[in-house]
Design a protein around this ligand. Sequence first.
Ligand code: ADP
Ligand code: MG
Length: 590
Amino acid sequence: MPIHLLPPEVASQIAAGEVIERPASVVKELLENALDAGAAHIVIKIEGAGQRLVEVADDGAGIPAAELALAVARHATSKLQTAADLFSIATLGFRGEALASIGSVARLTLTSRPPTAEVGMRIRVEGGQTGPSEAVGAPQGTVVRVEDLFYNVPARLKFLKHETTERRQMDALVTHYALAYPQVRFRLEQEGRLALQTSGSGSRREVLAALYGVDVAKSMLEVLSEEDGLRVTGFISPTSLTRSNRRDINFFVNGRPVQDSTLTSAVVQAYHTLLMVGRFPLGILFVDVPAEWVDVNVHPAKAEVRFRDASKAFSAVQRSVRRALLAHTPIPELEQPQIQWPVSANRPMAPEQFGAAWEKPSSSEGLEGYERQAAMDGSPIAQPPSLQPSLSNPILRLVGQIATAYLVAEGPDGLYLVDQHAAHERVLFERMIAQLKASEHGKAAPAQTLLAPVNVDLPPASARLLSEQLPILGRLGFQVEPFGPAAFLVRAVPQLLMGMDPAAAVRVVVEDFEEDETPLQAEVEARLVARICKRAAVKAGQTLSPEEQRALLSNLEACSSPRTCPHGRPTMIHLSVDLLERQFGRKGPR
Ligand code: ADP
Ligand code: MG
């Protein structure tokens, strides 16, 4: 093929691909335009997971009639004159590409009226073709409607994620902007439902409550520090509130959301030794520096920036987060857990010396990979005793409880140490899964109606997730009803979970849900049940009566996979008689 210039439509579709990757990119660009226009009130409407419609209406400065056609042209902007201006950018936009890009891959309608204009003007762009401007009645400000995104780029459509994922992305995006701009009133409607509403009062803590619910908002720690022209503000989670990934650590640099793995690891490092391995904090942090300290023009979608002095930004973030943490969290004394063996104290027995008594668990219940980190914490994994489920004639004879965490039992072949939490998790898990199975045959799980229904507030993304899981919860014996845009009423809980905080049980369903999780239904159910059981099970540190201890042992014996908890950690450690005899020198080494 000879070299030829691409037709303008093709060239602009290619360029658009960099800016508009998915529905959330449209939302981002339109939000930024509204904020740049000085809007005090922004309403976002989303239908068909953003593919059918994204509409953003603002009450900002508007676009003069004469400039309307320019606004949708490529490289046309009111925010930049010379390339030098790039290093003193005070607006979110500057590339003059967003509206043109959107117009080339969707049907765009732009309606605008500046405060001084008598009437509004409207212009349409479809697949890169700009129509004429016409006068219309319109409120002050700008309304941008984007319909049928990627209708002319079928390849792009195929790359969109599951609708749930796309919606969650948009939720998260609007959420973060609402936090970054608390003085602006945001309203987000998804599929005709109010998903988010902020007051515009200027209080970030208040926005936090609208987003994460009052409880989480109250518990978040405030970060506030300024040194050397670098300001770090925002919120981080207390050490008790964690996630299984880093995705809830978000940054705004000079008012723009950026992905920056260096800054993210600065936060993670600030929590060093305070969180369990594999757990990560939540945080939303606003880094403000003089405009000339950052290059904002390094990414077509403006998702990254480059700091002139990256290590300065890193250490400022790490220090300010650490300071906020220390102000609120007592640092636990770090002690290396040491195994003390009374007899051969100078020769502690290494786990591998247990020999055949130790092996890795196999995951038999389809939770492959799930919370694997937790199981990989280096603890030795016990070999299962060959248990024969028999309730009438228990195999394990209870000896007692030690360290309010482990049950000591004698079995057919030696001593068993049972982790009460892991064991209880396993018991609850198998029972709940059994009830799910029974519910498939129309047998309702036994439920306990609460005397007074309990209210649960959730951030919008979690609220939608929970709505999607309501049928499974119903089959488990929960009765949960939507109660407003992001709140739910819990009316009944499964009998198995009696005594557990109903709100906590419901919350745990949507905690830590992986963004791209679209697993098979059975897997969703198993994970969800595992999550609930983990929260509901008795904890280490809880004293159990001898009856409770005995019941736990016999319930464990009745399980089909008694040797591991639903997450793959061992429920018990077995010290065989043979091993004891060798350790006491009654038998020679093998
Ligand atoms: P950029 O934001 O990078 O300048 P855009 O393509 O997003 O490029 O927008 C082009 C121009 O259209 C902007 O520079 C601005 O003048 C105008 N514009 C876009 N959206 C709005 C809005 N909501 N209110 C007022 N003006 C707008
Ligand atoms: Mg813009």
